[in-house]
Design a protein. Structure first.
Length: 693
């Protein structure tokens, strides 16, 4: 096997290597790894990269601990126990890849669509996340995966309104006079944006946090709007109502740079603050004052994040928020507007990376990753093989009771490429050791800033670990795929990610990062990347699909207060020291988090006889989950927080919060509805204290 492209040259001197954080976070930090005698001895943020400024989050600052973890998978393994038992024996790479290629080849010969790739953002890298793997599965003719599990509701909603995942540049938040931090615990999940927000606050800006949970970010803001889950569109429409009745509008901007204003005006006038207050569960006066602040302060900026779109009406909610800056003309200022994601600004050459032409005219079925539980249990069109990489679906996919049942099928051939033995890895037929970010080439864009970053490997792969791209290259060779694109090594793939005129790869190789050339205030004079070139309050494209062309409040499938059996709304935000299910097994970080917790308000706890530290049963019609309760000021009455995403095997009863979540999808974007979930909570009998204690 050719492994020459995998590792840096061996050296005994101390040196530094530039890289990029691979994790699912808007910050996409630039890294500097110090290596001595082939061992990483220090990892820090690159001080020369303005967005990172030498600072890393608590999680990634422990990356060497993760890289060197005793639990790293370092050799290919083949299952010897029952599925889910996690029992394996070592096997050679040749034996594993030969058998995998044979099994996939046999399935492809009869029904290629019975093969399903399952991957997401375990790495955000374009090479290890979406290059050789896509080429392989396109050539094979496997089912396509609709990668919806995080951001499609908000992302597609912005596409219908602003034309894509576009917005203001993050560095200019520091100049705003009012910042609405909407559905984002920025301190925990967007640290470098928080630096700009703090700079603005020191200069006199007002910060408002809009979130059902009183997060660490809410603690540091001037105001917290603790709305009920899934009511964000109602709040946004009521803000519009107040902008209209008080004439806090930029009529010139509306006239020249928007579409559908008369229709939106009529819709917004149906949402006086009294109505929104009843729906959102917040004081009417708070809505009135928030609208006044937004309508009379320039520049005003909104940092929207993806938590608020994980409900039935998440797409409509994102559309409603995206309309606000055009009403007040906030886009005229470089410190005004809205930012959900900057990823649409990057000219990634995905056709070159992924080679959809290899489908050769075939149109395989598409399976939604958010409903993988149902897909794996579908007997009408069965999935016969699943290849998992960059994801841990048994832990992270909704309604995990069904996901577990699907992966436990004896007739399902499962390959998992992983760094650690996760919940999903326990169900693998073959478990293949994957490299970490310190051990492979990759290239990254960001969804929080506007720089491209190159990751250069700092270390040789540990044990027999190999990069994702290497594995798919080897499988392609064994299956006789002879197109030249299957010979591209990992660094060659990095160079193909952007057209030469878009990103100077030589300069990127030299510096480690490169900044996109973009205007300071991209929509000061309109020019949105929509079909009309305007902010589309009314979307004809949505109307043509039979949907409402205007944003509206779409109530949750499981709205708070609508069920006597399950009276509490549950959201499942990430624990501060985990990133989805990554870092859960890092000893120092798990020690900080302790164990799975359910935050509950004192009123709801007292009504159920629950005290902090007590084991509780959280349940609904989909399943149940046991964890410890924390009576917490972070919870508002009627809403509980199941902090995630813990590996199931580390839970008290072998489950996590996704035992309770639903596979139902969002109004736009086919996304999951993790935060649209009603539950009941009950105290469990406590063990009696030992005699004499």
């Amino acid at each position: 096997m050719d492994t020459a492209s995998l590792a840096p040259e061996a050296t005994t001197e101390t040196h530094t290597v530039r890289g990029a954080c691979p994790h699912d976070c808007p910050d996409t930090c630039a890294l500097v790894t110090t290596v001595k005698d082939g061992v990483a001895v220090k990892l820090q943020g690159n001080p020369d990269h303005k967005h990172t400024a030498g600072v890393l989050c608590t999680k990634v600052s422990r990356y060497i601990e993760r890289n060197d973890h005793a639990g790293r998978i370092v050799q290919p393994m083949k299952r010897v126990g029952a599925k889910g038992s996690g029992q394996f024996e070592p096997v050679s790479w040749d034996a594993a890849l030969d058998d995998i290629a044979r099994r996939l080849g046999e399935l492809a010969a009869s029904d290629a669509e019975s093969i399903l790739p399952y991957s997401y953002a375990g790495t955000m890298g374009l090479v290890q996340g979406e290059s050789m793997d896509r080429r392989f599965f396109h050539k094979l003719g496997a089912s396509l995966l609709d990668r919806t599990i995080c951001s499609t509701a908000g992302g597609e909603a912005f596409g219908y309104t602003l034309g894509g995942k576009v917005g203001m540049r993050v560095e200019f938040f520091s100049e705003a006079k009012l910042i609405l931090i909407w559905g984002s615990n920025s301190i925990a999940s967007n640290l470098h944006f928080w630096r700009h927000a703090q700079a603005a606050k020191r200069a006199g800006a007002r910060l408002v946090c809009i979130d059902p949970r009183k997060t660490e970010t809410a603690d540091k803001c001037d105001e917290h709007v603790a709305l009920l889950p899934g009511t964000d569109a109602a709040l946004a429409l009521s803000l519009m109502h107040e902008l209209i009745v008080n004439d806090w509008l930029d009529h010139d901007y509306i006239d020249r740079h928007t579409v559908g204003w008369p229709q939106l005006r009529e819709r917004a006038m149906q949402w006086p603050p009294s109505r929104a207050a009843a729906v959102c569960g917040v004081p009417e006066a708070q809505i009135v004052e928030l609208a006044r602040a937004y309508g009379t302060t320039q520049p005003a900026a909104i940092r929207l994040n993806y938590g608020m779109q994980r409900v039935r009406g998440g797409g409509n909610a994102a559309r409603a928020v995206a309309c606000l800056p055009a009403l007040t003309g906030a886009w005229r200022h470089r410190a005004g507007g809205v930012l959900l994601s900057s990823s649409g600004l990057y000219p990634v050459d995905r056709a070159a990376l992924q080679r959809p032409d290899l489908l050769a005219g075939r149109q395989p079925r598409t399976i939604n990753m958010s409903t993988v539980g149902d897909a794996l249990l579908d007997q009408a069109r069965p999935v016969r093989a699943v290849v998992v990489y960059n994801s841990n679906p048994v832990a992270v996919a909704p309604e995990s009771g069904k996901v577990v049942a699907g992966f436990a099928r004896k007739d399902l051939f499962t390959v998992v490429m992983e760094q650690f033995q996760t919940d999903t890895a326990d169900y693998a037929d073959y478990l293949l050791p994957a490299t970490t970010q310190l051990e492979h080439w990759d290239i990254h864009f960001s969804y929080g800033h506007t720089d491209v970053l190159l990751n250069t490997p700092a270390l040789a792969p540990r044990g027999q670990a190999r990069s994702n791209a290497w594995v798919f290259r080897e499988l392609a060779r064994r299956m006789g795929f002879d197109e030249p694109c299957f010979a591209d090594d990992d660094e060659a793939l990095c160079a193909q990610a952007f057209a030469p005129e878009a990103v100077d790869y030589a300069a990127l190789r030299e510096q480690g990062f490169a900044t996109l050339r973009l205007p300071d205030a991209p929509f000061a004079e309109g020019g949105f990347p929509t079909p009309s070139g305007k902010c589309e309050f009314f979307s004809q494209r949505l109307a043509d699909q039979g949907q409402d062309g205007l944003p509206d409040h779409v109530p949750n499938y499981e709205a708070a207060g609508t069920s006597a059996d399950y009276p509490l709304a549950m959201i499942s935000p990430p624990a501060r020291n985990f990133l989805n299910s990554s870092f859960v097994n890092v000893t120092s970080l798990r020690a900080i988090e302790g164990e799975p917790l359910l935050e509950i308000h004192a009123d709801d706890a007292n009504a159920r006889g629950i005290e902090s530290g007590q084991v509780v049963r959280v349940f609904n019609g989909r399943g149940e989950h046991r964890c410890r309760a924390e009576v917490s000021r972070r919870a508002r009455p009627g809403v509980v927080h199941g902090l995630g995403i813990w590996w199931r095997k580390l839970g008290l009863d072998g489950t996590n919060v996704n035992q309770l979540t639903s596979q139902r999808l969002t109004d736009i974007g086919r996304g999951p509805t993790f935060y649209d979930c009603l539950v009941q909570v009950e105290a469990l009998p406590q063990p009696e204290a030992a005699a004499g204690a």
